[in-house]
Design a protein. Structure first.
Length: 301
């Protein structure tokens, strides 16, 4: 069920929005962000953040070639959208300057050096405590199936968030996951899930608005039950099932198998989906088969 809206600032802690969000992805330029903001069906916006240069003509005089946080997906290091502009556009309606935008924002950090300057901007604009909006702090902080190293070190990421935001970090949500390869033969392991639980407890992240664990759909489908224990032990967390930007669409059959499993538990309302799904059963079968073939070449040769 959707999370109830808290009545005061203190109640906003430990209040995640409903897992049933409609996401806009890779909003790394002004046009895609504008479309997402204008679309009434979109409730949450995700964008990747790196350090690079902004080539927006409107900001050229101020920005030039200065290295700063920009909205871009690696390996790109240029964008027409700086993080500061992204935050301004997604926080206030340009047509009504006093009208606050309510769409949730997921800040997907691709490198650790971008975290501090980004969160300093968030803190300066006092966005964390914005009514009706949740800021998700996202990074791949642990190695998962098919990977040996995380994208960003877990302790460094979380400590940077806490140190930069101060008490304001309690009003953000943490979206922390595993760096994975969807072509891995194995799904998530109990050891990997337990390692994430340890990090959440060690850093007292349950004192924030909540924690979302992004999980790869194709890997989750191999073993859904491995997440039962963490969902039971930590009531303030959700799962967000995803497919990657460079990954083929997944079959509805695979999605339905995941939904069927969680519908048989008490955790169904805490599992959201953000997946590119194949348009037909035939194309879904083809894409799933292609990933399995790629996995053989990736893991065996």
């Amino acid at each position: 069920m959707p999370a109830s809206q808290p009545n005061n600032v203190d109640d906003k802690i430990n209040q995640l929005p409903s897992s049933r969000q409609v996401w806009a992805h890779s909003t790394t330029d002004k046009l895609s962000l504008s479309k997402a903001l204008e679309n009434p069906l979109i409730t949450a916006i995700e964008s990747d953040i790196v350090l690079g240069t902004c080539n927006d003509d409107e900001e050229e005089v101020l920005i030039g070639e200065r290295i700063q946080p920009i909205m871009a997906h690696p390996p790109s290091k240029t964008s027409d959208l700086s993080f500061k502009k992204f935050l301004e556009m997604s926080t206030y309606d340009s047509k009504i300057s006093s009208k606050e935008m309510k769409k949730h924002l997921k800040l997907d950090f691709k490198e650790i050096d971008a975290v501090e300057p980004v969160l300093q901007n968030v803190k300066d604009m006092d966005v964390c405590q914005s009514h009706g909006k949740t800021i998700f702090l996202n990074a791949d902080i642990l190695p998962g199936p098919g990977s040996k190293t995380p994208a960003i070190d877990a302790d460094v990421f979380i400590e940077t968030c806490i140190n930069t935001l101060g008490n304001s970090h309690e009003y953000c949500a943490y979206s922390i996951g595993w760096k994975v390869d969807c072509r891995s033969f194995s799904g998530y392991s109990a050891t990997e899930v337990e390692a994430m639980k340890s990090i959440i407890l060690r850093h007292n992240l349950l004192q924030s608005r909540g924690v979302i664990l992004p999980v790869c759909a194709r890997l989750l489908a191999k073993n859904c039950s491995v997440f039962d224990s963490i969902l039971q032990d930590l009531p303030a967390i959700q799962l967000l099932v995803w497919t990657g930007s460079g990954e083929p669409p997944i079959s509805m059959k695979a999605i339905n198998s995941i939904k069927s499993y969680f519908n048989s538990t008490v955790y169904a309302d805490r599992v959201g989906f953000d997946c590119k799904v194949a348009s037909s059963s035939v194309s879904g079968f083809f894409y799933d088969f292609a990933v399995k073939v790629a996995a053989i070449f990736c893991n065996c040769f």
